[in-house]
Design a protein around this ligand. Structure first.
Ligand SMILES: Cc1cc2nc3c(=O)[nH]c(=O)nc-3n(C[C@H](O)[C@H](O)[C@H](O)COP(=O)(O)OP(=O)(O)OC[C@H]3O[C@@H](n4cnc5c(N)ncnc54)[C@H](O)[C@@H]3O)c2cc1C
Length: 482
């Protein structure tokens, strides 16, 4: 952006949010663009520049967000929302410059309705902080992503359709939201209905959810709460192969017994898990956690699950309990993968009927398709639905090419192979990490003709294309200030 325009824009933003809440310091805008995607980590590791905004702002109220979007619309410059920056898809990259809007000062817990079990919060509230406020009231949001310790916000979780460790019982972020308030171009506040179950026409709430800032900024939400469980039960099984484990999981879910968490590790991932958590076993491992406020009910569920796992060996409560206690270990510094390792989490989701084929096809696409690079593949199945489940799988290349262009190109090729294999075998491009920049190029193959309708919605909501441009495959802004 030309210095004169940037100066004027900065002054207008300062008038809207206060000059102490505006910065165009290169270090600050770089921090705002950084996320946990491999691309971001790799560029930082190699000391290469990230695509940054020209200026960053920290609003505290919806009125201030309205002013920021109004100013952005007048200048026709991009707006890039940022929550905790724990996203993994390059969603906070400012590909066309513009204004980074850091939502973390919008962190007010507005209301906790203990009668209906509903909390109303500003969208920038840190999920872990909200949880700490709820637990003394014997309440929980029950959204515990692996990034709980990294400042992931409620707005960010909704924007990217996130999922926590107990999603099988309590649902994904999009199942927890009742109502959202958002600011859309050219600075207009919209509010969805107070409740999500209605017959009052199409669902704007679920259009905003998952839009990753490309339609507007989510500023406030009402979310469903649950009673904090009084107890937990732990069950563990080992199977001869992934098929047997999947069959047990399918029987449990289609019998409509719903564990809080159920994870099936393939052999490679189970070996990796034991490096971080002493689960006391290896091989194809199924760990199950039941929770609730009534032990009699859990005892019945326990028995029903045991009856569906007779094709495996019962390992008792030990491995599952150790897994639960150490569940954040794989995400901690030193345990989480990091460059120079080349890696990607290519999670997908499918019906039960497709899961075994999908798993084997993806494993082959990575390990056989990229044998010359020694590519490795690991997988666990961790979020379950009444009709199927998700595969949390990863590729790794231990010794990627030294040249950054070649390393980035190889990363893209591995993603192409993984995603096209998912699409060809009944899977989808992503289960709960969102699309961002990384998966934008797969949106058209994923949605087919329906993608043109999505583009039409995008153009109607955001005619200048200023909202988080370059994400979700929606393309560049339509016009930009010089
Ligand atoms: C170690 C690790 C473990 C993880 N584990 C999980 C997991 O278990 N489950 C899971 O779902 N995810 C997980 N993630 C991914 C990430 O934490 C989630 O995507 C999270 O929901 C992002 O929230 P955030 O506030 O950090 O958003 P950001 O990273 O700041 O933003 C993500 C996207 O949402 C947009 N956005 C953010 N806030 C808003 C808003 N208020 N309005 C509109 N758009 C907005 C941004 O522009 C961006 O495109 C993990 C990430 C890491 C690094």
């Amino acid at each position: 952006m030309r210095p004169y325009i940037l100066g004027q824009l900065t002054r207008d933003l300062a008038a809207a949010v206060g000059s102490e809440h505006v910065s165009s310091d290169p270090r600050v805008v770089t921090e705002q663009a950084t996320d946990w995607s491999w691309m971001s980590q790799y560029l930082s590791y190699r000391d290469l520049p990230l695509p940054t905004a020209d200026v960053a702002v920290w609003p505290t109220t919806t009125e201030e967000v309205e002013s920021v979007v109004r100013i952005a619309s007048e200048y026709r410059v991009p707006v890039i929302p940022r929550g905790g920056g724990s996203g993994t898809q390059g969603g906070t990259f400012a590909l066309y410059g513009g204004i980074a809007v850091d939502m973390t000062r919008m962190n007010r817990i507005i209301d906790i309705d203990e009668t209906s079990l509903v909390a109303t919060v500003q969208a920038g509230v840190d999920g872990a902080v909200l949880e700490k406020e709820l637990n003394p009231l014997r309440l929980t949001l029950a959204h515990y992503p692996g990034s709980h310790h990294l400042g992931a916000t409620i707005g960010g979780s909704l924007a990217a359709r996130g999922s926590g460790v107990v999603s099988t019982k309590y649902g994904k972020a999009e199942d927890m939201v009742l109502q959202a308030e958002a600011v859309v171009p050219p600075g207009r506040r919209v509010r969805t209905l107070p409740i999500p179950s209605h017959a009052a026409g199409p669902d704007l709430l679920q259009t905003l959810v998952g839009s990753e800032g490309t339609l507007g900024l989510i500023t406030e939400v009402a979310v469903r709460l649950d009673p904090l469980p009084k107890g937990r039960r732990f069950l563990s099984y080992r199977f001869d192969d992934v098929e047997d484990g999947l069959e047990a999981a399918r029987r449990i879910m289609t019998k409509r017994v719903v564990p809080a968490a159920m994870r099936l590790y393939d052999e490679a991932d189970s070996a990796k898990l034991t490096e971080m958590i002493d689960v006391g076993t290896d091989g194809v491992l199924l760990v199950i956690v039941l929770d609730g406020t009534d032990d009699t009910m859990m005892a019945v569920e326990h028995e029903a699950i045991a009856a569906e796992c007779t094709n495996g060996s019962d390992l008792g409560r030990g491995p599952a309990e150790s897994w639960w206690d150490g569940k954040y270990e794989p995400y901690r510094d030193g345990n989480a993968p990091a460059p120079p390792l080349l890696f990607g989490t290519t999670d997908t989701c499918a019906r039960f009927v497709d899961l075994p084929r999908l798993y084997h096809a993806k494993k082959a696409a990575i390990e056989e398709g990229f044998a010359e690079y020694g590519a490795r593949y690991t997988a666990h199945f961790s979020h379950w639905y009444p009709w199927g489940g998700m595969i949390y799988d990863r590729f790794y290349v231990d010794n990627p090419p030294e040249d950054p262009d070649e390393a980035l190109a190889l990363h893209d090729r591995l993603w192409d192979a993984a995603v096209h294999t998912s699409l060809a075998n009944g899977g989808i491009i992503n289960d709960h990490h969102g699309v961002g920049l990384k998966l934008g190029r797969f949106m058209r193959p994923q949605h087919g003709e329906a993608f043109e309708l999505m583009l039409a919605i995008k153009h109607a909501w955001d005619p200048d294309g200023i909202m988080n441009p370059g994400k979700l495959g929606f393309g560049a802004p339509r016009a930009a200030a010089g």
